[in-house]
Design a protein around this ligand. Sequence first.
Ligand code: SF4
Length: 241
Amino acid sequence: MATFKKCVDQRISKKKSPIPRLTAITIINLLGDCYGELEHARRLDPAEELVFTILSQHTSDTNSGRAFRRLMSEFGSLEEVAKGDVSRITRAVSVGGLARIKAPRIKQVLNLILNEQGNLDLTFLAEMPLEEAKSWLMKLPGIGPKSAAVTLCFSLGMPAMAVDTHVHRVSKRLGLIGPKVNADRAHNILESMVDADDVYPFHTALITHGRRTCKAIKPRCGECPLAYGCPSYYLFAETEK
Ligand code: SF4
């Protein structure tokens, strides 16, 4: 941390000095050193993860977690959810918000998988090339690049970069992606910056940083181990005082 403080102090004293470019690997290493244990994603069965991602759209992790647990305790299994009445599914997931949209979507997605595969076992996706597996999931209604990446990465250990609101915000502030690049486009850009083995560590490093330090409102730039290479440092450091 002392070296980082020195780097930041040097930058503050010489505002015009060029900003060193942070590589993805440097970011992973610096954030790993800073936080120690990075925040790891939940591990669910891939079909469960897919349903979880639908529930997590436009709500907090806490609410989507509650909605998922209620859904599973109400129905016992996703096979039962697939057969379930939409109004009953809606009641079960109401705590997650947008239940009238999410409930029919969950039922539809599960039934489409059942019709195509005969069961809800999605582990066959791990045998496919990454882009093919993403395309297979994204042809399902309501499944975009984020839901596909989360399912493939968290459940099946595939090197898909999941870009949530934290990863998207931190990547923009660090200049890893341009200011106008949306989250959907950011998946492939960020994924291409690291080797397959480093995709998940890159995700966990950025999400941990976004939750703990590079917060949406009032990022704590004065404590940030990436400050010396962050093009947004001066933007926020001034307002931090
Ligand atoms: S210096 Fe500030 S804006 Fe840049 S990554 Fe760190 S916390 Fe975020």
